[in-house]
Design a protein around this ligand. Structure first.
Ligand SMILES: Cc1cc2nc3c(=O)[nH]c(=O)nc-3n(C[C@H](O)[C@H](O)[C@H](O)COP(=O)(O)O)c2cc1C
Length: 326
C-alpha cells in the first residue's frame, strides 16, 4: 500500500474528459478505494456520466499498469456505488497485473489534437479491435475523418448551442498561462494547439457568448474548432447495449488499453465526444456503422500524428515525470 502511494502521482497521468481528474483515492481497510469527486464531474456536458465512468476506468487501468511495472501485485475489484461515490477497490494481490504496457507508456501518453499524416493500418485496427473484443465490445474504424465534416458540424453546433455546456467548458479552459489553474487541470491553449491570437479570440468569443449567441456564434465556433480537415480516421468504441455504469467503467479500462496500443504502434488518439453527445450525430454515426446508437461509448480521431503534442497539466505533479513539455 505504501509502495503504491508513492506511485499515485504517476497514476494521475490518466486521461479524463476536460482534464477534470475526477478520481479520488482513499487508503483504507488494507486496500485503495477508488471514488470520485462530483465537483470534477461535468453535469451539463456529460449528464449521463458516460465520460465520468470512462475516465474512472482509464484511471483504474493506469493504476494497474503503474503497479505492475513497479513489481506490485494488484487487482481491481468493481464495487460500484453511486451514493457512496465509489467504483471499486484496488487490492493487493499475489500476482502482478498482466499487461504489455509499462510506466513509461503511462508517462508519455497524451491527446494529440493536431494534424495526422495518415490513418491506421489494417494490422493496428485489428489489434485494437482484439483489445475491445476481449471485453465483449468491438472497435469500428471509419476511414477518413475529413469526409465526416458534416457529422462534426452537427455535433459541434449542438455543443455550442447550449449555454450550460459552454459555461461548463469555459470553466475548464485555461487559455492563458496566467490562469490560476494553468499548471493543475483543465484544457490549456497549448494542449488545444491554439496560437496566442487564437486563444485570445476564443476567450473573447466565449466571454461574449450570451450576447453573440443569437447572431450565430455557435455556428462560428463549431466551424472554427472542427477536427474534420486535420486527417486521420474515426475510431468508435462499441460496447454492449444499455451498459450499466460499472460496465462503462470496464470500457474506460478498454479505452486506455486501446490508447496505449495505438501509442506503441506510433499512432495517436484525439477523443471526439461531441459525436456521441449530440443525438443527431450519434444516430448518424450509428446508422453508418449499422449498430444501435446506445452502444456507441466513445469516438476518437486516430492516426499517425505529424508532430508531438503538448503535455497536459495535473494537480499532483508526477515524481517520475520523465521528458518534459514538447
Ligand atoms: C472519456 C473522455 C472523453 C474525452 N473527450 C474529449 C473530447 O471530446 N475532445 C477532446 O479534445 N478531448 C477529449 N478528451 C481528452 C481529454 O481532454 C484529455 O485526456 C485531458 O485533457 C488530459 O490530457 P492528456 O490526455 O493529453 O493527458 C477526453 C478524454 C476522456 C478520457
Amino acid at each position: 500500500m505504501e509502495a503504491f502511494r508513492d506511485l499515485e502521482a504517476l497514476c494521475w497521468r490518466a486521461p479524463s474528459a476536460h482534464n477534470t481528474q475526477p478520481w479520488r483515492l482513499r487508503y483504507q481497510d488494507g486496500a485503495v478505494r477508488v471514488g470520485w469527486d462530483p465537483a470534477d464531474a461535468l453535469p451539463a456536458g456529460d449528464p449521463t456520466g458516460r465520460d465520468l465512468w470512462l475516465s474512472l476506468g482509464a484511471f483504474v487501468e493506469t493504476c494497474l499498469v503503474v503497479a505492475a511495472d513497479a513489481g506490485l501485485g494488484a487487482v481491481f475489484v468493481p464495487d460500484h456505488d453511486l451514493g457512496e461515490r465509489r467504483v471499486g477497490w484496488l487490492r493487493p494481490a499475489r500476482d502482478r497485473y498482466d499487461t504489455p504496457f509499462r510506466a513509461g507508456h503511462v508517462r508519455d501518453r497524451r491527446t494529440h489534437r493536431g494534424r495526422y499524416r495518415s490513418g491506421l493500418s489494417a494490422e493496428v485496427v485489428a489489434a485494437v479491435d482484439a483489445v475491445a473484443r476481449r471485453a465483449g465490445g468491438e472497435v469500428r474504424v471509419v476511414p477518413g475523418v475529413d469526409r465526416l465534416a458534416r457529422l462534426y458540424r452537427v455535433a459541434d453546433r449542438h455543443l455550442y448551442a447550449d449555454p450550460a455546456v459552454v459555461a461548463e467548458l469555459r470553466s475548464w479552459l485555461r487559455l492563458t498561462p496566467t490562469h490560476p489553474g494553468y499548471h493543475a487541470d483543465g484544457l490549456t491553449d497549448r494542449c488545444l494547439g491554439l496560437s496566442r491570437v487564437e486563444a485570445s479570440g476564443l476567450r473573447a468569443a466565449l466571454a461574449g457568448y450570451l450576447v453573440l449567441r443569437p447572431v450565430g456564434l455557435p455556428r462560428l465556433l463549431a466551424t472554427a474548432g472542427s477536427p474534420a480537415g486535420l486527417g486521420g480516421d474515426l475510431l468508435v468504441l462499441v460496447g454492449p447495449a444499455e451498459a450499466e455504469p460499472a460496465a462503462v467503467v470496464t470500457f474506460g479500462r478498454v479505452l486506455l488499453r486501446v490508447w496505449l496500443t495505438l501509442q506503441v504502434a506510433g499512432a495517436a488518439l484525439h477523443p471526439s465526444s461531441q459525436l456521441v453527445d449530440a443525438p443527431a450525430a450519434r444516430a448518424g454515426l450509428a446508422g453508418l456503422l449499422g449498430v444501435a446508437p446506445d452502444r456507441l461509448l466513445h469516438v476518437a480521431r486516430v492516426g499517425h500524428p505529424d508532430g508531438p503534442a503538448a503535455r497536459s497539466a495535473r494537480r499532483v505533479p508526477a515524481v517520475h515525470s520523465g521528458p518534459t513539455d514538447s
